[in-house]
Design a protein around this ligand. Structure first.
Ligand SMILES: Nc1ncnc2c1ncn2[C@@H]1O[C@H](COP(=O)(O)OP(=O)(O)OP(=O)(O)O)[C@@H](O)[C@H]1O
Ligand SMILES: CC(C)(CO)[C@@H](O)C(=O)[O-]
Ligand code: BAL
Length: 286
């Protein structure tokens, strides 16, 4: 596996990989890799001739009081994991390579980026859309792979790709991969490592309480009351704050107050200590 950190090196390596019409799958990450990321890599590997992974802790998607400085950085360990998975190329740009002096452009996707994490993290999805658009332009992959764990992010990226008419990758080649979970159901996330042992144990309440709420909603329980009970349960089990717990249309992310015939998604963000955890699950006939 080659590791490149400048655009010039990336272009040279890409030219080599593209020989004889090989297909390229891109897996964008912020590093601190776990089985969730490796599952995206394996999906990409089974669908494309070459996999390119990127590692870039993107400053523009962090708010001023968020964890940009604390975010785990472990390039050597991550490289070894990617090499073990048969990744062809690691794109690990510097901040200067991605955001040269005078960088003045931002991509803003309205609508789907506005509620949920978009409401709690102003500017976050502008930063994500801008960096992902840059990664797409730099690598021009045939397919790109993202986790459903970041469900709203996936919707924002698909909307951007459709609206800008991106051809590489075309919106139908933006592949969503189901959330990979720990044995107790907690969605894997680089931020889980911020949790103390007690907080980690309490964190498993999140997926369990979500599954119970979904079963009740699918049985016809009142959505608003069920979600209020879900919030109370999280607060009672060690969470400090629930940023949101909402039922939404699975495609548009418009909030639903009843399931009806909709294809629904339960989305939750909740904080435990200083750590913000997110999760989402299908509701009804998906
Ligand atoms: N548990 C998971 N299952 C499937 N995909 C995942 C999982 N965790 C992360 N991903 C995906 O991996 C890609 C890179 O994510 P990222 O590097 O931010 O990791 P993360 O674990 O989500 O970190 P964070 O703690 O910052 O949310 C994204 O497409 C994300 O959705
Ligand atoms: C897609 C992404 C790599 C953009 O920085 C990031 O938001 C992530 O890791 O989910
Ligand atoms: N996995 C999403 C990246 C972020 O929270 O900034």
């Amino acid at each position: 596996m080659q590791t490149v950190s400048t655009l010039e090196m990336l272009r040279k390596s890409l030219a080599g990989l593209r020989e004889q019409g090989a297909t390229i799958g891109l897996v964008p990450t912020m590093g601190a890799l776990h089985e969730g990321h490796l599952t995206l890599i394996r999906e990409a590997k089974s669908a494309c001739d070459h996999v390119i992974a990127s590692i870039f802790v993107n400053p523009t998607q962090f708010g001023p009081n968020e964890d940009l400085d604390a975010y785990p950085r472990q390039l050597a360990e991550d490289s070894a994991m990617l090499e073990g998975e048969g990744v062809s190329l690691l794109w690990a740009p510097t901040v200067e390579a991605m955001y040269p002096d005078g960088f003045a452009t931002s991509i803003s996707v309205t609508g789907v980026s506005e509620g949920f994490c978009g409401a709690d993290r102003p500017g976050h999805f502008d930063g994500v859309a801008t960096v992902v658009c840059k990664l797409f332009n730099q690598v021009m992959p045939d397919k790109a792979f993202f986790g459903e764990k970041d469900y709203q992010q996936l919707a924002v990226i698909r909307t951007m790709a459709r609206d800008l008419g991106l051809t590489a990758p075309h919106v139908s080649n933006i592949i969503g991969v189901p959330t990979v979970r720990e044995a107790d159901g907690l969605a894997m996330s680089s931020r889980n490592r911020y949790l103390s042992p007690e907080q980690r144990e309490a964190a498993a309440t999140l997926p369990r309480a979500m599954r119970e709420a979904i079963a009740r909603i699918e049985d016809g329980a009142d959505v608003t009351r069920t979600l209020a009970a879900l919030e109370d349960e999280l607060l009672g089990e060690g969470f400090d704050r629930v940023d949101y717990a909402d039922l939404a249309d699975a495609r548009s992310l418009a909030r639903l107050t009843e399931l009806g015939d909709s294809t629904g998604r339960l989305l939750v963000a909740a904080r435990i200590g200083g750590t913000r955890l997110i999760d989402n699950m299908a509701v009804g006939k998906n």
